[in-house]
Design a protein around this ligand. Structure first.
Ligand code: DGT
Ligand code: CA
Ligand code: CA
Ligand code: ZN
Length: 583
């Protein structure tokens, strides 16, 4: 089925492939711009695919792009895409996805060195031929080598933001199958891990055959690995990659025991079983039973379980409170009181968002309207600063005008506070991209590292601490700059960062975008330990980015985050008081 996200992906890929094949700049830009415009459009372009006039009303969509949209809506692709796709070797698309390698560089590799795959590239690094290309110094090549190794190590796992929508769609679709009583996803996905090995789904049903048939026949299934009436395993299409999905039928009365077992983690399960044994009990995926030293498992001998239908009963029978799945990682969650974890509904403000002034897709008003619809009391406009040239960062003059525009919008749009802010670059030496006088005019300053991300840990630590100590900074945005599975980012001393943040009352961001999730769960725990506050922000560029907040909340929960420690949950008054304390 054609989807908006696939259309956007195809348009983005068009731009890269055009650049790769040396098409003119104008054409490349048209596709890149169209992808951005469709992301931010307030209408569903696929619904209006038959109405080119309507499509052309979108800023960034011209006649030619409108035709491509119509073609895509009709056939799931468009001719020009397929033609170009046939021209560009598959392997080159993978080469282009290596961070730090843009289409321009990859084009040179292709034309001058005949590199068509990641393996070719590795050979060219090893035999030194890559050095023959212009601007390929030893340092650049070392960085490329690093990036290849890093993405190969983590390439097998799928980011949560890709796996979650698929799992939710499957659960919804299978719930409709005749006979299904209970259905849920388990495993690392339920624990909210940043990457997912495979998706585990559990069902209880009176017609297992029907459920497994519907599963194996589901749209997107590309290969059936195991096909059975109680367990099946398939590979499903996910963007340009695949992910394995397991479906298991479990006993309706023991659904809680199965959910607990298959949610894991394995290490958490081991701890629970040890605890059960100490109490003269035995725990397995069918329930918690009295331990009796027999060889045949208790459920096969008709032994009555102590608890089996809900997780809560099983935990309670082990003298434990129910443990939220995000904490089930054997990090001490069975010892002592558990924190009252933050929830999605606690979030009441978005403090990191971009508009069309830099690289966002929405105007200030659109941004604010969407935030209002989410029930937020505050939205901060934080466009990029001048050094972020690729993101169309604002120089001083443009920022001053932008501040005025934000103030005007704030007057006009009722029911929400629009803050004038900036996502100001933390330069490699820890200084900020604007001078203090200008920063002081802003209501909120998010300071983030964007370049120099292969800096050594010592430099990274002092760089970030310098930004934290700056009296006008409120939040450190995506503190390490990592990209999940793609870029390692900075490795500062998080303990030292956290202590400085606590001392200077600066919040450390969990960037909720699933590509970033930065800070990560373990860092959040360290930050909280030091007494620092956390911000959970979507780094909004398009309307759909507001939906990312869930991944930020999951990451926060994995780190033990409570609502009071998260600035986005504060009342408008409390938030204002903190912001003003730095003015
Ligand atoms: P993943 O898929 O690599 O992201 O991680 P999980 O945690 O989803 O792992 P997976 O899919 O292998 O298994 C799902 C859960 O089933 C796991 O978290 C705990 C449970 N489980 C699987 N195999 C074992 C095992 O050998 N021992 C124990 N205690 N539990 C297991
Ligand atoms: Ca799994
Ligand atoms: Ca599995
Ligand atoms: Zn940023």
């Amino acid at each position: 089925m054609p989807s908006k996200s696939e259309l956007i992906e195809k348009l983005e890929q068009m731009a890269s492939m055009l650049e790769l094949t040396g098409a003119n700049r104008f054409k490349v830009n048209a596709y890149a711009k169209a992808a951005r415009a469709i992301k931010g459009a307030s209408i569903d372009v696929l619904e209006h695919a038959g109405d080119p006039k309507k499509l052309e009303e979108i800023d960034g969509v011209g006649k030619s792009i409108a035709e491509k949209i119509a073609e895509y809506a009709h056939s799931g692709t468009f001719d020009e895409f397929e033609e170009l796709r046939a021209e560009v070797p598959d392997g080159l698309i993978r080469v282009m996805s290596i961070p730090g390698l843009g289409p321009k560089t990859v084009r040179l590799m292709w034309t001058d060195l005949k590199i068509e795959t990641v393996d070719d590239l590795k050979k060219a690094i090893d035999d030194g031929s890559l050095e023959d290309l212009p601007r390929m110094g030893k340092k650049t090549i070392a960085n490329i080598k690093d990036a290849i190794e890093f993405s190969e190590k983590s390439g097998e796992r799928t980011p949560i933001g890709r796996a979650m929508p698929l799992a939710e769609e499957l659960v919804e679709d299978l719930r409709e199958v005749k006979g299904v009583k209970q259905i849920a996803y388990a495993g690392s996905l339920r624990r909210g891990a940043e990457t997912i090995g495979d998706i585990d789904i559990l069902i209880s049903t009176s017609d297992s055959k029907a459920a497994h048939e519907a599963f194996a026949g589901h749209e997107g299934v590309e290969k059936i690995l195991v096909s059975g009436e109680t367990k099946s395993s398939v590979r499903m299409k996910l963007g340009r990659r695949q992910i394995q999905v397991d479906l298991r039928t479990v006993d309706h009365n023991a659904f809680g025991a199965a959910l607990m077992y298959f949610t894991g983690s394995k290490e958490h399960n081991v701890r629970l079983r040890e605890r059960a044994l100490k109490k003269g009990l035995t725990l397995n995926e069918y329930g918690l039973f009295p331990e009796d030293d027999e060889d045949t498992p208790p459920q096969q001998r008709g032994v009555k379980p102590v608890a089996c239908d809900t997780e809560e009963k099983i935990y309670n029978a082990l003298d434990l409170q129910w443990v939220p799945p995000e904490l089930r990682e054997d990090r001490g969650e069975l010892k002592g009181e558990l924190p009252d974890l933050i929830e999605l509904d606690d979030i009441r403000a978005e403090l990191h968002a971009h508009t069309t002034a830099s690289d966002g897709a929405m105007s200030i008003r659109e941004l604010a309207e969407h935030a209002k619809h989410r029930g937020f009391h505050t939205i901060a406009v934080t466009d990029h600063s001048k050094s972020s040239v690729i993101a169309n960062g604002l120089d001083e003059k443009r920022l001053r005008k932008h501040i005025e525009a934000v103030r005007a919008a704030n007057e006009e749009v009722k029911g929400i506070t629009i803050l004038a802010g900036s996502e100001v670059d933390i330069l490699a030496d820890g200084t900020l991209d604007y001078d203090d006088e200008l920063l002081a005019e802003l209501d909120i300053v998010v300071a983030s590292p964007h370049t120099g991300l292969s800096q050594d840990p010592k430099k990274a630590t002092s760089r970030l601490i310098k930004a934290i100590e700056h009296p006008l900074v409120h939040i450190i945005g995506h503190p390490t700059g990592r990209i999940v599975g793609k870029r390692e980012g900075l490795s500062p001393d998080i303990g030292a960062i956290a202590e400085a943040a606590a001392e200077h009352s600066v919040a450390l961001e969990i960037n909720a975008n699933w590509r970033r999730l930065d800070l990560r769960d373990l860092h959040v725990a360290i930050a909280l330990e030091a007494g620092a506050s956390i911000a959970i922000d979507c780094d909004v560029h398009a309307a759909s980015d507001y939906d990312q907040v869930r991944y930020g909340v999951l990451t926060g929960r994995r780190g033990g985050l409570t609502a009071p420690s998260c600035v986005n949950t504060w009342t408008a008054a409390k938030l204002q008081k903190w912001l003003k304390s730095k003015r």
